[in-house]
Design a protein around this ligand. Structure first.
Ligand SMILES: [Zn+2]
Length: 457
């Protein structure tokens, strides 16, 4: 609508200007000229209220905004239903809340977080799981190095490219091994996913940025929090320890809202709180190395969460079809060929994806023995195919998008967003373009997500 009005105004304006240019300024037509000029000026004035300057003011409103994006690791909507969350409830009143945010497959931290940050599916950004093999670089293992991207831009990269300073606190891809820091501000170090301070330390860093005067504050501030992920894994979705972790995360939301509302431009500070994935109870652990040995399948398994990539030295059809035949006998997981994946997986068919993919069915979990405590790793050689998970793991994530329980939370407030609006489902890929749109910026190049206009005021 604004664009249409702008065009109309420009058409009227150009008519008046060209008309004036053909008129002798001080000749007998001068009174008529004044009329034309008056008419033209009044058009400018009237249009000023509703037309072209509205587009300009929308752009300048966007330029006055700050956007704070917060990710809590492992936060399903079930926690909001089950535990007190006054901070998130306050956000829901102030802005938009989603019943479910669909993360990308596999629903684990690094592929989930990089999808949020780039607005691309894993097949296009390249971080297809927490662990995978790259034929040239070798094993990827939870790295935050932006050089692992095969395409797309992180939020901070796209904003910095457009001249907007950003701060990235423990954020995905905040540094590059070859190019250095990619966000102009943020704590040095923290090169690895596990190098973060505790969440209280992170909150302090974030509030320091929010309390800067608008002129010097980075306009896009990104922060990762460990959140309730570990408590959910260890104790399950309903435990007191998980309740405690959820309440601590919610207290961070309260502190952020208090800090934002105390600023002179508090309404212009947008806050988005989301997660990389949800959480779901598990009961049995798939002893994948033992299964490969027992079945004499010549593949290397690289597993994270509930999916496992199988890489074959000899990926001939005979070898693959024999492996598919043997592995299909297990109910614990689905066996999928790299070139025959479900359409909504979006991890692509590049060389980082194993020739076969095992995707666990709930309540099973797949993990490589190297990730187990040293004193039980022998089970990969002589143990059973399946182990009860209870002693080490109560809940997990990684199942395909759309699996009930694997969805996450999403809340967003600020002057750009509709107050009190509840939306059923939103997508992780749409976070990046929507955040940048609200700041008046273009999305990264390329991008798979779209601006989710349902969030906007
Ligand atoms: Zn986790």
């Amino acid at each position: 609508m604004c664009v249409e009005r702008k065009v109309r105004f420009e058409e009227r304006g150009s008519f008046s200007v060209s008309d004036l240019s053909r008129t002798s300024l001080w000749g007998p037509g001068f009174p008529a000229l004044l009329l034309v000029l008056g008419f033209w000026l009044s058009l400018v004035f009237l249009a000023g209220g509703v037309g072209f300057p509205l587009a300009a003011s929308a752009q300048s409103a966007a330029q006055e905004r700050t956007f704070v994006v917060v990710v809590f690791d492992g936060f399903p909507p079930a926690y909001v239903d089950g535990f007190p969350t006054p901070g998130l409830d306050r956000m829901a009143k102030q802005g938009v809340s989603a019943r479910a945010m669909d993360p990308a497959f596999p629903t684990v931290s690094l592929s989930g977080g990089v999808t949020l940050s780039t607005g691309c599916w894993p097949e296009n950004h390249g971080v297809i799981s927490n662990l995978f093999m790259d034929p040239e670089r070798g094993l990827y293992d939870h790295s935050s190095d932006a050089d692992w991207l095969i395409g797309c831009e992180h939020l901070h990269q796209a904003a910095e490219r457009q001249g907007v300073p950003t701060a990235a606190l423990g954020w995905y891809g905040r540094y590059s091994a070859t190019r250095g820091a990619l966000a102009s501000q943020g704590p040095p170090g923290e090169k690895n996913f596990f190098d973060f301070p505790d969440d209280a330390g992170r909150l302090g860093q974030l509030v320091d940025f929010i309390e800067q005067p608008p002129e010097s504050r980075p306009r896009l501030i990104l922060a990762y929090f460990k959140g309730p992920d570990k408590a959910g894994h260890t104790y399950g979705l309903e435990a007191d320890e998980t309740r405690q972790a959820v309440m601590e995360a919610d207290a961070i939301v309260v502190a952020l809202l208090d800090a934002i509302e105390a600023q002179p431009d508090g309404a212009q500070i947008q806050l988005l709180v989301t997660t990389d994935h949800g959480m779901k109870p598990v009961e049995e652990l798939v002893n994948i190395q033992r299964i490969l040995r027992r079945q004499e399948i010549p593949a290397r398994a690289v597993s994270a969460g509930t999916s496992s990539f199988l890489y074959f030295d000899d990926p001939s059809e005979a070898v693959l079809s024999e492996a598919v035949r043997k592995l299909s006998a297990y109910d614990a997981f689905e066996v999928v060929r790299r070139d025959a994946q479900p359409e909504d997986w979006h991890i692509g068919t590049g060389p980082r994806v194993g020739e076969l993919i095992l995707s666990a069915r709930p309540p099973y979990f797949i993990e490589d023995a190297e990730a187990w405590p040293v004193w039980v790793r022998w089970l990969a050689y002589v143990g059973p195919d399946l182990l009860p998970s209870g002693a080490v793991l109560s809940a997990t994530h990684g199942y395909p998008t759309g699996t009930p329980g694997i969805e996450g939370i999403l809340y967003v407030r600020g002057d750009a967003f509709a107050p009190g609006r509840e939306i059923d489902r939103v997508r992780a890929v749409d976070v990046h373009p929507t955040v940048l749109h609200v700041l008046g910026l273009e999305p990264g190049k390329p991008v798979d997500g779209v601006v989710d206009s349902r969030w906007l005021r």
